[in-house]
Design a protein around this ligand. Structure first.
Ligand code: FE2
Ligand code: FE2
Length: 363
């Protein structure tokens, strides 16, 4: 089988391995007391809700030839653009395959970022209960890399990590303050991921693509809950100046996510004008929906963890996203869990029909 990286239209700039220098203390904790009840509850849930990507997902399902995830046309950010509309059916199918493959590639690459960050949290965080919980997240993230990799193999195309995502992960990993790994990964990047996965989970008619995203999201919403718990306890202890630094980082990250995730690598690879495509994409219904989903996942958490000083409030006001602070994240997290269970129920129903039909067949 061809290696996934051999399908990149251009090689990753740093070659086959990306190395990020680290400068932080690994912290042991000699206090083995009970830990916070909420954190230990989350840890227990993390242990109990482990699943096996090999068996929970039916990998015999295939993607669609012309529209791999069977997404509505408006989910392609350049649909409606003259150059795209003038293409033959075959060329349009190629654009869909590349854009969707690029997205799943970013999911897979981002999941590796999450895997590394979760492992960093285990070693760096001072509290034992947080170390316990984060260890369950490490295996979750490995399973997510595995799941997206298997899905991506069915696309026939794959992309290296997009520069804005790499920039964000690099910044988070280089920072030696333990809470910055949480803030960058558990709040910002997980929020970004939840928004992006949700688009596929809720709009893909392809059962395999929808199921992979539903199951991954069930875990991710637990990860965001962890970030909230850990940071909500920590930030009130910091000085306003220290909180301001975090708020400035959050603001910058929100601009980056809003303005820079424009898939230019895809458009370049397909011979389209990247600037034209990025411009069309920015105003598309797809991006409007994505931004709304993104800020719904992030802004209320930022408020909840107590990074709600003047810097961030003014900044969010200017971005026009302060209203998202009212969003009910708990309801969203509950839905992420219920939807994944619905996918399980559907699969076992289909299996029972198949089994019954097989039993009725004459030997
Ligand atoms: Fe993940
Ligand atoms: Fe995660």
């Amino acid at each position: 089988m061809t290696k996934l990286a051999d399908r990149y239209p251009f090689p990753a700039p740093e070659g086959s391995h990306w190395k990020v220098p680290q400068d932080f203390d690994v912290t042991f904790n000699w206090d083995y007391d009970e830990g916070r009840a909420t954190m230990m509850g989350l840890y227990r849930k993390g242990v109990e809700m482990q699943w096996n990507a090999e068996t929970r997902i039916d990998w015999s399902q295939e993607l669609d030839e012309d529209n791999p995830e069977q997404l509505p046309e408006e989910m392609l950010p350049i649909s409606g653009m003259a150059e795209y509309e003038a293409m033959s059916a075959k060329d349009k199918a190629r654009v869909r395959r590349h854009f969707q493959g690029w997205q799943i590639s970013q999911f897979m690459q981002g999941e590796q970022g999450a895997l590394v960050c979760a492992a960093k949290i285990v070693t760096q965080v001072p509290d034992t209960d947080s170390k316990f919980y984060a260890s369950t997240q490490v295996i979750d993230e490995a399973r997510h890399v595995e799941s997206y990799k298997r899905l991506l193999e069915k696309f026939g195309v794959a992309y290296p990590m997009t520069p804005p995502l790499q920039e964000l992960i690099d910044q988070v990993l280089r920072d030696s303050r333990w809470d910055m790994t949480y803030l960058g990964m558990q709040v910002v990047i997980e929020g970004l991921a939840l928004a992006a996965f949700q688009q596929i989970r809720d709009h893909a008619q392809n059962p395999l693509a929808a199921a992979v995203n539903a199951y991954v999201m069930q875990d991710e919403s637990r990860h965001v809950a962890f970030g909230r718990l850990a940071l909500r306890d920590y930030y009130p202890q910091l000085t306003q100046k220290e909180r301001d630094e975090r708020e400035a980082f959050l603001l910058e990250a929100c601009y980056l996510m809003r303005d820079r995730f424009d898939a230019v690598e895809v458009w370049k690879t397909l011979g389209l004008d990247p600037a034209r495509c990025a411009e069309h994409m920015y105003d598309s219904g797809f991006m409007e929906m994505f931004r709304s989903s993104l800020f719904t996942r992030i802004v209320p958490i930022v408020k909840d963890i107590g990074l709600w000083g003047e810097t961030i409030r003014n900044g969010y006001e200017q971005m026009g996203i302060i209203g998202y602070a009212q969003a009910d994240v708990q309801a969203l997290q509950d839905a992420d869990d219920t939807i994944a269970r619905d996918f399980d129920a559907r699969r076992s129903y289909v299996q029972s029909v198949v089994d019954r039909a097989a039993a009725l067949e004459p030997a």
